[in-house]
Every structure is written in structure tokens, then in C-alpha cells.
Design a binder for this molecule. Structure first.
Ligand code: AMP
Length: 429
């Protein structure tokens, strides 16, 4: 279901926005193809070149409004084509003959910025526009050189963008479109002051587009403060996580999670999987235990150097690594179409993280249905319920004999696979 709501004109105050519900049918023409959106020939050729045949729901609902220059908030589940939903209007609205930087896109992580910059470059192929990617952990000199070549679009993480503004090599005074991608996560990881500073460097007369899977209070307040009369396009109601993902939970005692993981991998034989852990230490520990038994296991988290993170992601994309153990900040935004399974080794700390983790599979670029498993101890029942309320769906219980969490009642015989010499049989293909 698409809900379109009109926001009030925003001022620089912190009061809550009021919204008026408008009928979706009246406001959202059904665009079943890109051609009827009135896009330029170049844009249509690039879209065809990408292999996109029909707009995804967020694209069908968001692009026509964003093309008018109006501030828009897009709320949609992950992996639904959000990037093209804001890149297409940018490419259509900027002046390609100008030497000015006209669009800035902020994202929470380096990986996501690089992904967005790559998708932008592909969509901009007909416009001969080479977006700059401004992220930490990369040589500053090359980014400065790129800016000196006067790109029309820059994509980056808030910290590096601020750094380049301070060095007076990044001039946002001619920006026509500012995009806050995954705004909820940018605020979660403390980027609010940086985002506000960056937006203050942009002209007041600009278009601001905000995309977020969720709309908690701080995102609403940011929108209210920095957007003018935003139109809210909400595609999150129908189901928060795409229907292409089957979601299960497994109850397990904390000290038996590793054995459960081993059994689950043997049974499910994922083409590629991400195993999420809450902490960097936990991710390293699990990697240490698992990589001894399963070749092609990699780990990624924020403490690794950029070079290492790049290598891991390259191996994962090339399917040299089949299993990636990740923490939330880094795992978010990974778009690899061969990911068949998500395993939440730890219940995520926040319900929204669940949505983002599970959104890594069942991506629209993949043909198969993804499967997501969440391991929960009996103390974590409440968190599981909170997740179910958040996604408006009851997770299905998945059991592997011998690995259910101990419940009072008849004594179960637990078979501890870890103590068995399981290494030779622990392969799957
Ligand atoms: P995103 O949500 O932007 O990360 O997009 C997820 C994946 O879907 C990316 O690999 C996109 O290239 C792809 N994609 C975006 N729009 C479409 C479309 N209209 N048809 C097919 N694939 C798409």
C-alpha cells in the first residue's frame, strides 16, 4: 500500500510536523513503465542498459514527484530500488552543461556510498557524468583531484564531506538536490550534527530528498527542520520486509548457538550467507571458530582497515567467500544478489536493524527467495516479539533436533555436534 501525505511547510523550529492523509489513487498515477514518466531519451536508454524493465513500487511512486522539484520523503523497505528512485530525478533535474557540483548524496557507510556512486555512474552513462565518491579510509588526494575535475554529483559519508568542506575543496553553494539516504541509520550512528552542517552549506532554495526504511522521531525532526513542505511517500505499510524472504526463528541456549549454526549451514546449504553478530569481538570470535571448519568464511566490521574491508567485499561479491560474518553498521547496505541466507546469530539490538539485516537477501536483483533465521535464547522472547510487531508478521519456528532451547519438562537428549569430529562432513555445495 502506498500512502502519500502532505507535510506542512518546514521552519527552523523543532515542533512536530502535521500531516494530512491524501488518497493514494488520486496522487499516485500508476506508472507501469519508465517511458510514461516523461524521462529524457538519455535516461531511458541508461535505464534499459541497466536491464530495468519496469519501475519498482518506490520508483513508480517517488520519481514523478521528485521530478517536479518538490522535497520528498521516501519510506520503503530495503532492496526495493531506492537508489535509482533518487538518482533518476537528480540526473533529470541538474544542468549537465554546468561545471558546478549540483547534487550531494549522504549515506551512513563507505560501502553504501561506493555502491550508490557506482549505481549513479551506471545510470549516468549517457550523460557522461562521473560522480565523486567522498568517503573516509580512502586517499584524500584522489578525492580532491576528482573534485577539481568538477563533477556534477558527489556521494559520500558525512565525516569526509565535512572534512572536504573545511579544506575548502568542496563547494556546496550551487547544490540543487541534497539526498539523505538511509537517514535513520545516519542518525543512529551520530551523524546528526554533520548532516546539519552540510545542509547549512547548501543553498536554502534546493530540493531535499530523504530516504529511510523507518521513520523514528529523530528522522521526522530532521525532515521537519531541513525540508520544505515535504511529500511523504510511504511504501512501508504492506510488509516491512520483502515477501521474497521467508523468515524463521530458532530457540537455542546461548552456549549451543555455534552447534546450531553448523547444523543449519549443513541443512540449508546457502549459496551465500551473512551471519550477523552484535559486536565486533563476537564477529571475530565466530570467524575464528568457523573459518577453521569452513573454508570461504570471511569477517567484516568497522575495526578493519578500509583495505581489508574492500578485499573482503571483493571476495564476497566474486563468491570466493561464501559466508560473511558481519556487524550491523557494515553489513547494512550490502547488495549482493547471490545472498540466499541471513542468519542472525544474535538477536539484533534494535528492531530496525532486523529489517536492514534481513533486507540483505531477497533483493530484487536476485531470482530466488531468501531465507532468514534468527537465533533467540529463551530470555530473548520479548525482543523477538518486538521484532514481530515491527514487521507485522509472526516468524515461523524452525527446529533442528537437539538444538532447541531447554524448556522445563521431559529431559531432552542433546547431541552436541561440536564435540564430534565434524570437520570432514562440514562441507556443502
Ligand atoms: P537498491 O534498493 O537501490 O539497493 O536496489 C537493489 C537492487 O535492485 C540493485 O541491484 C538495483 O540495481 C536493482 N534495481 C533497481 N531498480 C530496479 C528495477 N526497476 N528493476 C530491476 N532491478 C532494479
Amino acid at each position: 500500500m502506498t500512502t502519500i501525505s502532505e507535510g506542512t511547510t518546514c521552519t527552523q523550529t523543532e515542533s512536530e510536523p502535521t500531516t494530512t492523509e491524501l488518497g493514494a489513487a488520486e496522487d499516485t498515477p500508476e506508472y507501469s513503465d519508465f517511458a510514461s514518466m516523461g524521462l529524457s531519451e538519455e535516461m531511458l536508454r541508461a535505464i534499459t542498459g541497466m536491464g530495468f524493465e519496469t519501475p519498482t513500487p518506490i520508483q513508480a511512486a517517488f520519481v514523478p514527484h521528485a521530478l517536479t522539484g518538490r522535497d520528498c520523503i521516501g519510506q520503503a523497505q530495503t532492496g526495493t530500488g531506492k537508489t535509482a528512485a533518487f538518482v533518476i530525478p537528480i540526473l533529470e533535474r541538474i544542468d549537465h552543461s554546468s561545471q558546478d557540483l549540483q547534487a550531494i548524496v549522504l549515506t551512513p557507510t563507505r560501502e553504501l556510498s561506493e555502491q550508490v556512486a557506482a549505481e549513479t555512474a551506471r545510470l549516468a552513462v549517457e550523460h557522461h557524468c562521473d560522480p565523486a565518491c567522498l568517503v573516509g579510509g580512502r586517499p584524500l588526494g584522489r578525492q580532491v583531484d576528482h573534485l577539481n575535475r568538477r563533477p556534477a554529483i558527489a556521494v559520500g559519508t558525512p565525516g569526509r564531506v565535512i572534512d572536504l568542506i573545511n579544506r575548502r575543496v568542496l563547494d556546496l553553494s550551487k547544490v540543487r538536490v541534497a539526498v539523505l539516504d538511509e537517514a535513520d541509520r545516519m542518525l543512529d550512528i551520530g551523524f546528526r550534527p554533520d548532516i546539519e552542517r552540510i545542509l547549512r552549506h547548501c543553498p536554502q532554495q534546493r530540493q531535499t530528498l530523504l530516504l529511510s526504511a523507518t521513520m523514528p522521531g529523530p528522522v521526522e525532526r530532521l525532515a521537519h527542520r531541513f525540508m520544505q513542505d515535504p511529500l511523504r511517500i510511504d511504501l512501508s505499510q504492506a510488509s516491512v520486509v520483502t515477501d521474497l524472504v521467508q523468515q524463521f526463528y530458532c530457540t537455542v541456549d546461548a552456549n549451543r548457538k555455534f552447534g546450531l549454526l553448523v547444523r543449519l549451514l549443513q541443512r540449508e546449504r546457502p549459496q551465500q550467507a551473512i551471519v550477523f553478530r552484535r559486536t565486533k569481538r563476537g564477529a571475530d570470535k565466530l570467524h575464528h571458530m568457523l573459518s577453521k571448519r569452513l573454508p570461504g568464511t570471511a569477517v567484516i566490521h568497522g575495526d578493519l582497515q578500509q583495505r581489508q574491508r574492500d578485499r573482503v567485499m571483493k571476495d564476497f561479491r566474486a563468491e570466493r567467500a561464501r559466508l560473511l560474518i558481519a556487524t550491523d553498521v557494515v553489513g547494512r547496505g550490502i547488495d549482493v544478489s547471490t545472498i540466499s541466507h541471513i542468519i542472525n546469530y544474535d538477536v539484533p539490538e534494535y528492531c530496525d536493524d532486523y529489517v536492514h539485516r534481513v533486507g540483505r537477501t531477497g533483493r530484487i536483483s536476485s531470482e530466488q527467495r531468501g531465507r532468514a533465521f534468527t537465533f533467540a535464547t529463551k530470555e530473548e522472547g520479548k525482543q523477538l516479539t518486538a521484532i514481530e510487531m515491527r514487521i507485522n508478521l509472526l516468524l515461523e519456528e524452525y527446529t533442528i533436533d537437539g538444538f532447541e532451547a531447554y524448556r522445563p519438562g521431559p529431559v531432552r537428549q542433546h547431541v552436541d555436534d561440536i564435540t564430534r569430529p565434524a570437520a570432514p562432513e562440514f562441507t556443502y555445495s
